[in-house]
Design a protein around this ligand. Sequence first.
Ligand SMILES: [Cu+2]
Length: 301
Amino acid sequence: MNASNFVEGVDFSLYFIVTISVIFLVGITAVMIYFVFRYSRKRNPVATNIKGSHTLEIIWTVVPTILVLFMFYYGWTGYKPMLNPPDDALEIDAIGQMWKWSFRYPDGKVSDTLVVELNQPVKLNLISKDVLHSLYIPEFRIKQDVVPGGDNFMWFIPQKIGKYDILCAEYCGQLHSYMLSAVKVVDKDAYNKWLTSSSVPANEHPGHTLMKNNACLSCHSLEGTRIVGPPLNGLLGKTEKAKVAGVEKEIVIDRAYLIQSIKKPNEAIVDTYPPNVMTPYEGILDDDEISQIVEYLETLK
Ligand SMILES: [Cu+2]
């Protein structure tokens, strides 16, 4: 059994095109080598002047045209079903952001890995919170751009139990390669059990959960290491240098500064760190969520 319903169509058109290309490559190379020997000056001292041949021209126009039309036909029949998700497909939001995938289920559950039920069609609504990404599941033979503000989707029927890679196939910045996730295909029982289980550790601070779900931890460590952004522990009360409206300033970090740094990170650019890398979270996180994060940050020494 193939991993998804699209494997057959995509693989067939690929092998069809590769086979024809290889036949021509080998054929043309063989004829070329033969001509080099047969018509070298030693064996063929006087060159023949060949005038056109209608028969030959018709053959080498018509045959490739037919072959190319077949390539188009198989490519098209492999691709067209990808545009028509069935009505009973389960709709899941697939959210891309620098640099993390997350998957939001109809009941509100959010997960880093995509867990799906065997033979249940799934439609992924592709949402980007910042820049262009591209959701790619090689084993399923599907790939689609995730465009901010756009409404692209992809769908599939998972047909084989297993775990398959999910990648981002559109270079989206420094830690592009972090956007490695997985789709887990499980049977009905395991799926229902997973769906009703809580993905959040029991005693986790809600601010920490929010940070995990919003990719903060791809760029920020919580114990002092520099990643893309500054580490977020021990910030409260700390003095640091930052550029505000192009002017270097000393800032004493307080609650208001932390809130502003999350809502509008480009208002103050921390020294030695790049501007315009962090997405402004104003509009993505509401005030309650931001205060939970700030509360959590205050607990980190
Ligand atoms: Cu990406």
